[in-house]
Design a protein around this ligand. Structure first.
Ligand SMILES: *Cc1c(COP(=O)(O)O)cnc(C)c1O
Length: 369
C-alpha cells in the first residue's frame, strides 16, 4: 500500500525552530505556567498580523468564547453566526447561554452573505455580536459586513481559525473587525498541536481576557475571585512550537498556493469542476484547496475514489442550520450554504506533498471522468 496522503497534517520546520524554543522552555524549567514563549508568541503573532494586542489561549474555541464574553454577550442575547462553518464557531454562543441566528453564505465568497446579514439586522435589531468566518483561507466581503455592523453598533468577531496568513485588501484577516480568532489545531496551516489566539486593538479587553483565562484571580495574595474564571491559557511549551511555526508561515502559504495552482492546472479542463472563488481583493492562504462539482460525478464519488487510493479528502462544512443540535435556531438566507455543502469537496492540501503525490491525487480524480 502506498503512503497515506493527508488533507492537512502538522508540518514542522526543516530548521528545527520549534525544538529550539521547546528546549529553551525545558532548560529554564518554564514548563508551566506561562513564561517567555507565551509572551513572545503573543508579540510575534500580533506583529505579524498587525494587531495591538493578543492573548494566547488553549484553543481557537476558547478564543471565540472569550471574544463573546469580551463583547458583553450574555444570557438571552442574540448572536449572528455564519452557517457554513465548523461547529466551533457556534458552540461558544451556547456556552454563554446566548441564542445563535445563522446566516447564509455568498456564492462569490463562500462566506457570510452581506444581503442575508442585512435582512437579519432588520429581523433582530437588538443583536449583540456577529461572527463572520474566513473559510479555507478565503475571506468574507468585509467592507459591506463592517459597514453593516458599524451602522447597527454591533461587535464584529472574525473567526480567522483557517485564515492565518490571508489578507483582505492588504489587511490581515482577524484585524478588520473588533476581535480576531486564530487556531493552532493539528490540521491548521501552522500548529502547536492544540492552541488558539485572540487578537484585538483593544489592549484593555485583551488584558481582561487573560484575567478570565487564568481563573479570574483577583490581585491578592490569597485566592480571591470576584468573577467566573476559566482555565484557558496556552502552555509555555506549546507556545514554543508556535513561535517556531510562525517563522515558516509564509513558506506554508506559498506551498498551499502551489497545491491549489497544481490542481487548477491538472483538473481545470473538466467543465463540471469549479474551484473555490479567489476574488481579486483577497490574498488567500489556500489552507484547503476546495472544489464544487455539478453533473454525474458527486462529491461522495470523489471522496470514495480517493479513499480507495489511501488519500484523505472530505466534504465542505455541513451548515449549522442543518445540524441536529442547532436546527431549532433561526436561519436567514437562501440555499447557498446548503448547495455548497452538497456539491463541495476539500482536496488534500498537505504541505508535505510531493509532485508525485499530487499527481496520484489528480489521477485518482480524473479516472471518474
Ligand atoms: C479549527 C476551527 C475552529 C476551532 O479551533 P480549535 O483550535 O480547534 O478550537 C474554529 N473555527 C473554525 C472555522 C475552524 O476551522
Amino acid at each position: 500500500m502506498t503512503d497515506r496522503i493527508y488533507l492537512s497534517s502538522p508540518h514542522m520546520s526543516d530548521e528545527g525552530y520549534e525544538m529550539q524554543y521547546v528546549k529553551e522552555a525545558f532548560d529554564t524549567n518554564w514548563i508551566a505556567p506561562l513564561g517567555k514563549n507565551v509572551n513572545e508568541f503573543e508579540n510575534e503573532l500580533a506583529n505579524k498580523v498587525g494587531s495591538k494586542a493578543a492573548a494566547a489561549l488553549s484553543s481557537g474555541t476558547a478564543a471565540i468564547h472569550l471574544a463573546l464574553k469580551a463583547a458583553g454577550v450574555e444570557k438571552g442575547d442574540i448572536v449572528f453566526c455564519q452557517s457554513l462553518t465548523f461547529s466551533a464557531s457556534a458552540n461558544p454562543i451556547i456556552y454563554q447561554n446566548a441564542t445563535p441566528v445563522f446566516i447564509d453564505s455568498d456564492i462569490n465568497t463562500w462566506n457570510m452573505c452581506p444581503k442575508a446579514l442585512e435582512e437579519a439586522f432588520e429581523k433582530y435589531p437588538n443583536v449583540k455580536a456577529v461572527i463572520v468566518v474566513h473559510l479555507y483561507g478565503l475571506t468574507a466581503d468585509m467592507d459591506k459586513i463592517v459597514e453593516l455592523c458599524k451602522k447597527h453598533n454591533v461587535v464584529l468577531i472574525e473567526d480567522a481559525a483557517e485564515s492565518l496568513g490571508a489578507y483582505y485588501k492588504g489587511k490581515h484577516t482577524g484585524t478588520i473587525g473588533d476581535y480576531g480568532v486564530f487556531s493552532f489545531n493539528g490540521n491548521k496551516i501552522i500548529t502547536t498541536s492544540g492552541g488558539g489566539m485572540l487578537v484585538s486593538d483593544n489592549k484593555e479587553r485583551i488584558e481582561k481576557v487573560k484575567f478570565w483565562a487564568t481563573q479570574s484571580r483577583d490581585y491578592a495574595r490569597h485566592y480571591q475571585h470576584s468573577e467566573l474564571g476559566y482555565n484557558y491559557r496556552l502552555s509555555n511549551v506549546l507556545a514554543g512550537i508556535g513561535r517556531g511555526q510562525l517563522k515558516v508561515l509564509e513558506d506554508r502559504v506559498e506551498k498551499k498556493k502551489y497545491i491549489f495552482e497544481f490542481y487548477k492546472e491538472h483538473l481545470g479542463d473538466i467543465d463540471s469542476i469549479k474551484f473555490m472563488p479567489v476574488n481579486h481583493w483577497v490574498d488567500p492562504n489556500y489552507w484547503l484547496s476546495c472544489i464544487t462539482v455539478n453533473g454525474k460525478v458527486k462529491p461522495i464519488h470523489i471522496i470514495e475514489a480517493l479513499e480507495k487510493e489511501n488519500i484523505e479528502s472530505r466534504p465542505l462544512w455541513k451548515p449549522m442550520h442543518l445540524q441536529p443540535y442547532f436546527e431549532k435556531y433561526d436561519y436567514v438566507g437562501g440555499n447557498t450554504a446548503e448547495t455548497l455543502f452538497e456539491t463541495g469537496v476539500c482536496l488534500p492540501s498537505d504541505t508535505k506533498m510531493t509532485d508525485k503525490e499530487l499527481k496520484r491525487v489528480v489521477k485518482a480524480i480524473r479516472k471518474l471522468w
